[in-house]
Ligand binder design. Structure first.
Ligand SMILES: [Mn+2]
Length: 207
């Protein structure tokens, strides 16, 4: 069997919407990528993890990162990343990125180690980038990049199973789940697990 199994998740909240897809590498029984988000009164936190390699050992690393995050989702982004590192020491390691939006300040903090990227619509710049390294093995010095989010901003996080040459403008008019599906279908690499999380802000309610 060479079916590429898909995991999809989509949730709508007042003022924003989240959708994610993780698609399994061709010929593999399980996906080595995993993602999760946590939404509180004050913050949105998204974690995307790409376990090294493919199959079950990759999945185990990715799952541990997600579990470490969900056990204490209220921590700041840099502490979540460090927590993931501690949780992954006996695994093969993973690329992990953490994005956290402070809803009151309308500010996005992004940090990542390994090949998980962040893209945006429109192009404002300064959303940040992951630094090379392997979470669980060698955690390099990393920083949290802070940037403002405005109404209608679209922020996309993706593993390296998505061809990084894709142009986010191609999905600018699509709702998050449709955008995630389109990115996966058009730019997902068959020989790797591929995942993408789309976070879209809507207009704030006017009272
Ligand atoms: Mn990968």
């Amino acid at each position: 069997m060479t079916t590429n199994s898909l995991f999809e998740k989509h949730e709508t909240f007042p003022g924003f919407e989240l959708a994610g897809i993780a698609r399994t590498c061709r010929g593999m029984p399980v996906c080595g990528d995993a993602f999760a988000w946590h939404v509180s009164e004050t913050a949105i936190t998204v974690v995307v993890a790409d376990g090294l390699g493919h199959g079950q050992p990759a999945r185990e690393a990715a799952d541990r990162a997600i579990d470490a995050f969900l056990e204490e989702p209220g921590l700041p982004a840099d502490r979540i990343l460090r927590r993931c590192h501690d949780a992954l020491t006996r695994t093969r390691g993973a690329a992990v990125a953490v994005a956290q939006v402070d809803l009151a300040r309308r500010e996005l903090g992004f940090c990542g180690v390994g090949n998980v990227g962040v893209r945006e619509i429109p192009r404002r710049g300064g959303r940040g980038a992951s630094v090379p390294g392997i979470v669980g093995m060698r955690l390099p010095a990393f920083r949290v990049f802070f940037s403002r989010v405005e109404d209608h901003d679209y922020v996309l996080f993706h593993t390296d199973g998505i061809n990084g040459a894709f142009d986010p403008m191609d999905v600018a008019k699509l709702a998050p789940l449709e955008a995630a599906r389109t990115i996966q279908q058009r730019w997902g690499l068959a020989h790797d697990d591929a995942s993408v999380v789309c976070l879209r802000f809507h207009a704030r309610e006017v009272r």
